[in-house]
Design a protein around this ligand. Structure first.
Ligand code: NAI
Ligand code: BGC
Length: 256
């Protein structure tokens, strides 16, 4: 097992990539705290906790809005006291919606930045305090190919993911002397609830698939596998970089 005895938090773990990651980390031997956002998300997180317990693992579910400082402080300290420490944080929580730049209300911009970037910063800051004291730990941010590919209609989302790239690189430098690694995993188009609208329109889905050299969207489990590997000792010399998991999407297949 890749992560025997590790103590992990996964944010936004009630669905999609976060839930698949929590299940995979547990299957690799980690104790996992599944963070969920709201009452609507609670059943997804609780069901995963049950599944992990049934397989003989140890998991808990904790509510928190990653964009609220007091919520994050509570999340990290409760997870660490439950497990007796924290050595892996997966900053996965994220949201998006399509809005033309000139029509984007400030509140919409701020909501996406607060969740995707400020949320990752707050969790990273709180987790890093414990990891520095323990002189080891790994932080994995689930960014996106949109940390480097511009996407019309998603200026707030791209700004948040681009921000995650330099946050990761800066944190990697700052924390390396304390034995803490920081990396991004950048998925391409993955079949999860965030892409619900796309998956309900086969024509649009096909257009996206044409942008992917491997010819298909990815699964949450395929992203979870990459996160488990990069979090493990197998990747002990990997820090300050982005692992792209996109079926080749970022190779711009339509460019001739
Ligand atoms: P999803 O919608 O299933 O997952 C997002 C999760 O974030 C949900 O569980 C949601 O409850 C949670 N969340 C939202 N606001 C939150 C908050 N304030 N506090 C705590 N949790 C909150 O979709 P998916 O695809 O699993 O998304 C996970 C991450 O992967 C996101 O950061 C997304 O940007 C990223 N991503 C997804 C891709 C895809 O094609 N599905 C591709 C690239 C990146
Ligand atoms: C977005 C998805 C999109 C993918 C590829 C992700 O960051 O969340 O909605 O399909 O990038 O464009």
């Amino acid at each position: 097992m890749l992560l025997e005895g590790r103590k992990a938090i996964v944010t936004g773990a009630s669905s999609g990539i976060g839930k698949a990651t929590a299940l995979r980390l547990a299957a690799e031997g980690a104790q996992v705290c599944l963070n969920y956002y709201s009452d609507n998300d609670k059943p997804g997180a609780k069901q995963a906790v049950k599944e992990i317990a049934k397989a003989g693992g140890h998991a808990i579910a904790l509510q928190a809005d990653v964009g609220r400082e007091d919520d994050v402080t509570r999340l990290v300290s409760r997870a660490a006291s439950e497990f007796g420490g924290l050595d892996l944080l997966v900053n996965n929580a994220g949201i998006e919606n399509q809005v033309a730049l000139i029509e984007m209300p400030l509140a919409t911009w701020e909501r996406v930045l607060r969740t995707n970037l400020t949320g990752a910063f707050l969790c990273l800051r709180e987790a890093a305090k414990l990891m520095i004291a323990a002189k080891s730990g790994v932080v994995v941010n689930v960014s996106s190919v949109h940390e480097f590919i511009p996407w019309p209609g998603y200026a707030h989302y791209c700004s948040s993911k681009g921000g995650l790239k330099l946050l990761m690189e800066t944190a990697a430098r700052e924390l390396a002397p304390s034995g803490v690694r920081v990396v991004n995993v950048a998925p391409g188009a993955i079949m999860t609830p965030i892409n619900e609208r796309l998956l309900e329109h086969p024509k649009e889905e096909h257009t996206v698939e044409e942008e992917i050299p491997l010819g298909r969207m990815g699964s949450a489990e395929e992203v979870a596998g990459a996160i488990a590997w990069v979090a493990s000792a197998e990747a002990d010399y990997v820090t300050g970089t982005t692992l792209v998991v996109d079926g080749g999407m970022s190779l711009y297949p339509k460019f001739v």
